[in-house]
Design a binder for this molecule. Structure first.
Ligand SMILES: Cc1cc2nc3c(=O)[nH]c(=O)nc-3n(C[C@H](O)[C@H](O)[C@H](O)COP(=O)(O)OP(=O)(O)OC[C@H]3O[C@@H](n4cnc5c(N)ncnc54)[C@H](O)[C@@H]3O)c2cc1C
Length: 313
């Protein structure tokens, strides 16, 4: 099978995360068809290599230690979309949200505009039930198609309700990946919808450091509150650990200032968790995904160390 340069060995993962952090992955493979995807999964399984999938890496922290396995990105046919009947749209998981919305509006379909503010792919949006304060994937998603990593030959359809989408969370079956899905949109005034998109984008750039290296919101908002407000209230705005800094503009955005390591980022997260817990009794839940390493374990360890020894310990 010829991947025409789409299979890379020891590819730096930092190139595939908006945070620009991450060591090498043993293999990086961009797959363009279902057959390619199934073949790569078979090969990885034969070699006993772990497999992970990412979209645009806009919600991902990779480790500086890299990943000793196969990191997949879906593109080509797996990023195409097709308008079916009555506003039903079939979308490949690798489709890039902003491109998708542009095409949908061109075809007179409205209802997915919120995705423009989410700099990722459709698969990533399903996995995270991505959304804004206006809307989220769960309100338009009808069904998905997944493949199980242990049995890649079979494409399994599931209804959206089966994956229990909740705030920035889905319950996809373990060891599976999304290859596509269907959303339900409606016909409507695309001129108004497009101008609303421009307005939302303008508002975002005023309130969030949209162009800096980050994963967007580092923590999910706790019920009835905002992670950014809590982190700011405990005085952490602008705090730096190594090359990572909590944004002055929005305290839930943690920025890589150029040479941040995954440990710098995790340390900042631990500081925020410990300080917010101590001041408000609220446990911040990471929204960022740890891919290819056990970030939860490292974070728990840092939180415990800080709690036991104090933040300066
Ligand atoms: C500036 C900025 C602003 C942001 N604003 C928002 C916002 O308003 N709302 C919001 O919800 N998010 C926001 N985010 C976070 C991020 O864009 C979303 O979570 C997005 O949905 C991630 O998509 P992705 O394709 O980049 O996924 P990735 O970040 O690459 O992956 C995220 C997770 O999804 C999994 N995944 C990816 N593709 C698949 C697949 N095909 N099958 C199974 N699992 C998969 C990955 O393994 C990983 O666990 C923002 C990020 C940035 C940098």
């Amino acid at each position: 099978m010829d991947f025409h340069g789409r299979l890379k060995k020891d590819e730096p993962l930092s190139k595939h995360s908006t945070l620009r952090i991450g060591g090498p992955t043993r293999f990086w493979v961009e797959v363009k068809t279902l057959v390619e995807l199934q073949r790569v999964i078979d090969l990885a399984n034969q070699e006993g290599l772990p497999i992970e999938v990412v979209g645009l890496g806009s919600n991902v922290l990779f480790s500086d230690a890299g990943f000793d396995g196969v990191m997949l990105r879906l593109s080509g046919q797996l990023a195409e979309w097709n308008i079916l009947d009555d506003g039903l749209v079939q979308i490949g998981a690798g489709a890039i949200n902003s491109h998708l919305v542009k095409a949908l509006l061109k075809n007179g379909l409205i209802g997915a505009e919120f995705l423009v503010l989410i700099p990722g792919t459709f698969g990533g949006a399903v996995a995270k039930n991505a959304g804004t304060k206006n809307d989220e994937i769960s309100s338009i998603l009808k069904s998905i198609q997944i493949i199980a990593l242990d049995q890649p030959r079979k494409v399994i359809s599931m209804s959206a309700t089966e994956i229990n989408l909740s705030y920035r969370h889905s319950e996809l079956p373990e060891r599976s990946l999304v290859v596509g899905g269907q959303i339900q949109l409606s016909r409507g005034d695309t001129v108004i919808a497009a101008s609303k998109v421009r307005e939302d984008k303008d508002n975002r750039s005023k309130t969030q450091p949209y162009k800096l290296k980050s994963v967007g919101s580092t923590f999910a908002n706790p019920p009835g509150d905002y992670a950014g407000r809590l982190i700011e209230a405990v005085g952490l705005k602008g705090t730096r650990v190594g090359g990572a800094r909590i944004s002055e503009q929005h305290a839930n955005f943690f920025i890589n200032e150029g040479n941040a390591s995954s440990s710098d980022f995790l340390m900042l997260m631990a500081m925020a968790i410990v300080r917010v817990q101590a001041a408000f009794g609220i446990e911040l839940r990471p929204e960022v995904c740890f891919v290819g390493f056990d970030g939860w374990k490292q974070l728990d360890h840092l939180v415990k160390t800080y709690t036991d020894e104090g933040l300066d310990g």
